[in-house]
Design a protein around this ligand. Structure first.
Ligand code: DC
Length: 219
């Protein structure tokens, strides 16, 4: 039986950084489910499917061939055999993903793939519905959050370090909007599973969060 660690929470709480570090420390594989929703969004954009046509999104999504591979321990997402990992972190793809991930047919297809992966390997999986829907029997469930202000400031620092011009107030409004969309959607909204441990990273360093989760695993 594989060992499963589920980490859910809003965008920008530090899920992927923390999940990657835990996977490395435990020798588990890290599964970034957001990247799968982004690959699906890229597929829909390439097919020029309109964002507001849920019927077309449902139909088109069924033909997308999304698979996961690992290179140097890092997850690679293959779309129809092409490694699209480097194309997923754009605003355009993120905006499409936030709409298409609300579609029940898209979710059904990707959840099946996620469950299959977690059935054969020890995983640290992060997303929005891992503890509530994808892996309801996960061994450890974490709900990782941080204040909107704190998540906005981290994103602002990240972009500024890359030399990109940005506005803190705009970033903060965008994060608040994404939270609202993720938490109020009809299918698999973001929420803390009843048996998940709540961790707020606003006042904690990455290492402190990692140690807290590892302590839960050891227990
Ligand atoms: O975490 P991210 O920004 O890469 O996620 C991209 C989009 O996919 C975001 O709108 C939330 C959505 N998502 C989801 O609905 N369920 C998941 N398990 C993971 C991501």
């Amino acid at each position: 039986m594989s060992y499963q660690i589920a980490i859910d929470g809003p965008a920008g709480a530090g899920k992927s950084t923390i999940a990657k570090e835990i996977a490395k420390r435990l020798g588990f594989i890290y599964v970034d489910t957001g990247a799968m929703y982004r690959a699906m969004a890229l597929y829909l954009l390439r097919k020029e499917i309109p964002m507001d046509d849920s019927g077309k999104i449902s139909d088109a999504s069924q033909a997308a061939d999304i698979t996961i591979a690992y290179k140097d321990g890092l997850q690679q997402v293959l779309l129809d055999g092409e490694n699209v990992t480097g194309l997923l972190r754009t605003e355009e793809v993120g905006n499409m993903a936030s709409v298409s991930s609300a579609n029940p047919d898209v979710r059904k297809k990707l959840v099946e793939l996620q469950q299959e992966l977690a059935g054969r390997e020890n995983v640290v999986m992060d997303g929005r519905d891992i503890g509530t829907c994808v892996l309801p029997a996960a061994d450890v469930k974490i709900y990782l959050t941080a204040s909107v202000g704190c998540r906005a400031k981290r994103r602002f620092d990240e972009l500024t370090a890359k030399g990109e011009a940005c506005d803190l107030a705009v970033i903060e409004a965008d994060i608040a909007k994404r939270d609202h969309q993720d938490m109020t959607r009809e299918h698999s909204p973001l929420r803390q599973a009843e048996d998940a441990v709540l961790l707020d990273s606003s006042e904690l360093t990455i290492q402190e969060v990692v140690e807290k989760i590892l302590a839960l695993v050891k227990r």
